[in-house]
Design a protein around this ligand. Sequence first.
Ligand SMILES: [Zn+2]
Length: 366
Amino acid sequence: MKCYVCENYLTKENETEEHILLNAIGGKLKSRALLCKDCNSKFGSKIDDKLAQQLNPIVNLLNVKRDRGKPQNIKGKYGNRDIIIEPNGNMKLARTYIDKGEKLAHIEASSLREATKALEGLKRAYPHLNIEEAIKNAKRSKDYLPYVTVNMNFGGKEIKQSICKMAVNFYIFQGGDPKIIKHLLPFIEGKKEDEEVYYFYPRSEVFYKGDKDIMHTLLLVGDPLKKQLYVYIELFNEFKMVVYLNREYDGEPINKSYHFNVVTNEIVQYDTTINIPPKHLRKYCSKELVETKFKERMMILLKKIDELTTSRRINEISTKAIEELQKKYPKEKNPVFTEEMSRFLSNRVSEEFVSSFQHSLFKREK
Ligand SMILES: [Zn+2]
């Protein structure tokens, strides 16, 4: 086995693991038979990091399973308040907000501890301030949660480079000939401006997916009649891209696909081959990101994520509340389900329930 970039033989000393689908976005497909250590570092993680970073809001909202580390928090806005969204769907104020009026100060903080800190700060200026009293009168509120907005970017040269690398990796992984994709390497390395990497906006889905499926898909197609060799990529269903590997392809017909469901963490097999009509490839490929289409797709994806995380969260809330109930009222001592227990359970559930998952609008920023 040779490194497809420098063509040196891969040995125990110079081999390295290359993720074909980035692990940072939940990808599991990887290989030690693609690149040598040197070339892997030359290809750099910069472009992959950029892709992972742009997709992080989705990674976070889905709380995607990775080999190492949790998804990063994302930043949202509620009016002029900065909100932090954690991968488990929890949201909190990014910092403490203090509105100082003439006689009254209004403090918003993410916890009693933070609020106390803010009060202690205020006490230096207003020594008569009674911190204990203020904390006693503090109100717990989650009002702002349903209306948090999050910005999201997608696109740019580095994204196309990373997508191009993904396509090349998949082709070589499937036993492809490195000579056929050699012209793409300077683009991936950043030495060439442009290559045939397209955003793809088909009118309908390219293949069937269930309501609850959110997948990463790679499809490699070699068509000697049309002289095309391309890889079709879907990340989280809605980020659809096409990379032309070669326009003078005259090898064997190829149709290989890989699907990974990021919700169930499973590889999915399809019995039927996926075909994208060549007419659609011509018609729906775009060098530039089309903003209206991008927004439409994000709305579809977010709606799906919302449904998924809502049912996931409801499950967590009820399980947790029942556990707390059993701890507080052990079965041995409480053979009968009393009104007090019922009240405890419903209070616990309703308190937790107020958390929301609607990150209503994703905007794209230039
Ligand atoms: Zn190499």
